[in-house]
Design a protein around this ligand. Structure first.
Ligand code: SF4
Length: 391
């Protein structure tokens, strides 16, 4: 196998670094990798590295470059995809894709211009080399608007907004590091798609993968990743009273969709201000694909005023939420408030009032029914309530 891989003329190192490229898949197909033969001793290093890729993705949220053996690196990728697909775990699918994207970004940032252009072509980009110096920043690439927007849309930093970009002749200029970051988004989506395709195609878990599937599921469960508690079940907090914007952010987080930094900040500050503790919020964020307990805890503590400048933050006003694109359309109460917290307090007050009224009505009805029937409400027929001891 080594000989054929080296002789394929596609550059072993190149394909081992970027095993998600179409040329790499063709080569793997040509090599005839058969998942049912994974228990063969020859493929033991491939299986070990495949498990390593997935475990690193689960534990650290990032796969290491691992380029000691190019052959192992290349073949371990489709095996890892099959392993993730075999777990049928949606959270893992997203987390693993993100972890592979981080690995790719690290490697892409070191590539020469021609190689980045070749990889961009693999994703269907229309990218061109340029040399443009502005404010001390050297732009080496010009990108088609659609390629830029497709990948920058989900990125958090303001610098990715189109209004903050240099656009020349309808094309967006980008540095090498920026192209690596944008390509990482393509990688993430492609890996997610590859796992999804494998999920559809795999009728049963390939025999040699079975023990590893159990290992990975046990690890997810041990780390409680993707299993955070739901807000709907939270005791103190009344999810029903949440304003539409916060419900939308929570829905996106629960479905592991991307939520920009401003949205996470607003949601965290909102939860803290309606009475949730730092620990409860950290647990809640476990449901999110890129969850890291250390980073999440640090950020939540910072917003709670337990770190840094000791300022306890409140969520942004409706006006600011609108400017961030986080206001998802107002209902009748939204028309009368200027802040999501005011919305929550008013809706909560209305809900509790309605519940109290409902309760009073029920009690009154029961009392009426009981007196019509000659019974004392709450007291069992023929004796004292509870039948306890006399004091
Ligand atoms: S109007 Fe305010 S409370 Fe209502 S959805 Fe928009 S930001 Fe949220």
């Amino acid at each position: 196998m080594r000989v054929r891989l080296a002789g394929a003329g596609l550059g072993r190192l190149y394909l081992a670094r970027y095993p998600f490229l179409r040329a790499a898949s063709s080569l793997v197909a040509e090599l005839g990798l058969d998942l049912s033969e994974l228990s063969s001793p020859t493929l033991a290093p491939v299986l070990k590295r495949a498990l390593g890729r997935v475990v690193e993705g689960v534990r650290r949220g990032k796969v290491s470059p691992g380029l000691e053996d190019e052959y192992v690196e290349l073949l371990s990728f489709p095996v890892a995809i099959a392993l993730v697909a075999s777990t049928r775990n949606e959270f893992l699918r997203r987390r693993y894709a993100l972890a592979e994207a981080k690995r790719a970004e690290e490697l892409l940032a070191l590539e020469p211009l021609e190689k980045l252009l070749a990889i961009a072509r693999d994703f269907g980009w229309w990218a061109r080399p340029v040399g443009f110096l502005e404010n001390g920043i050297f732009y080496e690439f010009s990108l088609a608007l659609r390629d830029y927007l497709r990948n920058a849309a989900g990125l958090k930093d303001k610098k990715w907004r189109l209004v903050n970009r240099l656009v020349r002749s309808g094309r967006v200029l980008a540095t090498r590091a920026e192209v690596a970051r944008l390509l990482a988004e393509e990688v993430r989506r492609r890996v997610e798609e590859l796992v999804l395709k494998a999920m559809r195609e795999l009728r049963e878990v390939p025999g040699p993968l079975k023990p590893y599937v159990e290992k990975v599921l046990a690890l997810l469960s041990e780390l409680k990743l993707g299993e955070g508690p739901s807000l709907e079940a939270a005791g103190e907090v009344e999810f029903e009273a949440f304003p539409p914007c916060m419900k939308a952010i929570y829905a996106a987080l629960s479905e592991r969709r991307h939520v920009p930094h401003a949205g996470r900040f607003a949601f965290t500050a909102f939860l803290l201000n309606i009475g949730m503790s730092v620990d409860e919020i950290v647990e809640l964020f476990r449901r999110v694909a890129d969850f890291s307990e250390k980073i999440t805890r640090y950020q939540v503590e910072h917003i709670a005023g337990e770190r840094g400048g000791r300022t306890r933050y409140t969520p942004p006003s409706c006006k600011t939420m609108r400017s961030y694109g986080l206001c998802v359309g107002a209902d009748e109460l939204c028309q009368r408030v200027g802040h999501p917290l005011t919305y929550y307090r008013r809706r909560l007050w209305r809900l509790r009032k309605a519940r109290r009224a409902g309760q009073a009505e029920r009690e009154e009805r029961e009392a009426g029914e009981a007196s019509e029937g000659g019974e004392v409400p709450g007291e069992p027929q023929g004796g004292r309530a509870g039948g306890g001891e006399d004091s």
